[in-house]
Design a protein around this ligand. Structure first.
Ligand SMILES: [Zn+2]
Ligand SMILES: [Zn+2]
Ligand SMILES: [Zn+2]
Length: 373
């Protein structure tokens, strides 16, 4: 039972559901007598699911659709905090140049990148929840990208992605003892509207850098939730190939600080923006407009099919004629495998970065001047 958990944060979760959750039987149109909070805990999943034993039995059949998933989540959360040695979080370090990584999906990625202990579905759920951010980015840039030209990737999109790959995969590479003798230009990754991804431990992003051994990355986390309140913007580096900037200003203000954008070295990621929500739609406009002006690729994710469709529709309506498709809306091979539950309505379960799509500002000709050769 969640409310009897030895772990305070899980007891808090039960308390939040008790206070803000909904009993699905009370929520149905046939129930007029009362609207009670869910305080009755299901013996199978441990979550407070209904207002009373009576409504639990009345709603038992519908609850079976989510009971197993909630139980799995409850067990995962206790496992994560159990204090057992979490061997699945011992990630591999830099790769040798002859190591051929396959990015078709999580399974082959973990296998070809030699992740040591990814031997259970539970481990996959724990690790994918963190790695979905850097590895979703990597999967687009990598030469073994799971999305194919003519299928998910448009001809225009392939031009944009190929431009980035000319920088990421420099020719005449010389490798000695796995040490790169070639340095490419820096790739600037602008993560706009950053939230959860800005608070990931920085070493998680090494898993992106390791996949491109020639390339320095500068990751810019931009947006009101990129930093805790009253923390000043700052730039820091984890090593000589991985630099981070955190800035809580709005993207369109940050944009003015960047001297120039180059579609060969710069790209945008917007994780679950919710552009399609009425409350957010206008707020996104200056940001999307500025990002389209750069002509750099912009990739966006959503947490389920409806969320993606909702954002796509808003963008198609608001920026018609201003953008080309790069990547048609697709199920993201590197989505989080761990469900997130909406505590205010347990019937809604989502997966971080479930879907992915990409666009860029319409352009007719772009030339690239390498910085130093
Ligand atoms: Zn009820
Ligand atoms: Zn009721
Ligand atoms: Zn249950």
């Amino acid at each position: 039972m969640l409310s009897k958990s030895p772990l305070p944060e899980l007891r808090d979760r039960a308390a939040i559901i008790n206070k803000y959750g909904v009993c699905p039987v009370c929520d149905s149109p046939d129930c007029h007598e009362h609207k009670q909070q869910p305080v009755h805990e299901c013996a199978d999943c441990g979550y407070p699911t209904h207002c009373s034993d009576e409504h639990y039995h009345a709603g038992w059949e519908a609850h079976q659709e989510i009971c197993q998933a909630l139980r799995e989540q409850n067990e995962d959360d206790h496992d994560l905090r159990s204090g057992r040695p979490m061997r699945e979080f011992e990630f591999p370090s830099a790769q040798g140049f002859d190591e051929a990584v396959n990015m078709a999906n999580w399974d082959v990625f973990f296998y070809t990148r030699s992740f040591p202990s990814m031997d259970s579905d539970r481990s996959m759920r724990h690790v994918s929840k963190l790695l979905t951010y850097p590895i979703t980015v990597a999967s687009i840039l990598h030469q073994s990208c799971p999305y194919k030209l003519g299928k998910e990737v448009t001809a225009e999109g392939m031009r944009s992605i190929s431009a980035l790959r000319t920088v990421l995969y420099p020719r005449n590479e010389l490798a000695k003892d796995g040490v790169s003798l070639v340095r490419s230009e820096t790739i600037n990754l602008f993560i706009v509207g950053a939230r959860a991804e800005a608070s990931l431990p920085q070493h998680i992003w090494l898993q992106l850098a390791y996949l491109f051994p020639h390339t320095p990355f500068h990751i810019h986390f931009i947006g009101p939730d990129a930093l805790p309140a009253n923390k000043d913007p700052y730039t820091t580096s984890l090593n000589e190939r991985l630099m981070f900037t955190y800035d809580s200003c709005m993207y369109h203000d940050y944009h003015e600080k960047i001297e120039k954008f180059d579609p060969y070295t710069d790209l945008f990621f917007i994780f679950s923006p919710g552009i399609g929500y009425t409350s957010a739609r206008d707020g996104w406009k200056p940001t999307i407009q500025k990002a389209l002006e750069t002509k750099c690729s912009i990739f966006l994710t959503g947490f389920d099919e409806a969320d993606v469709a909702n954002d796509v529709k808003a963008v198609e309506e608001d920026y018609e004629g201003d953008f080309d498709w790069v990547l048609k809306p697709s199920v993201n091979e590197f989505r989080s495998l761990k469900r997130d539950v909406n505590l205010t309505d347990l019937r809604q379960m989502i997966f971080a970065n479930w879907g992915i799509w990409g666009i860029r500002g319409k352009r007719y000709d772009v030339t690239h001047q390498p910085e130093d050769d």
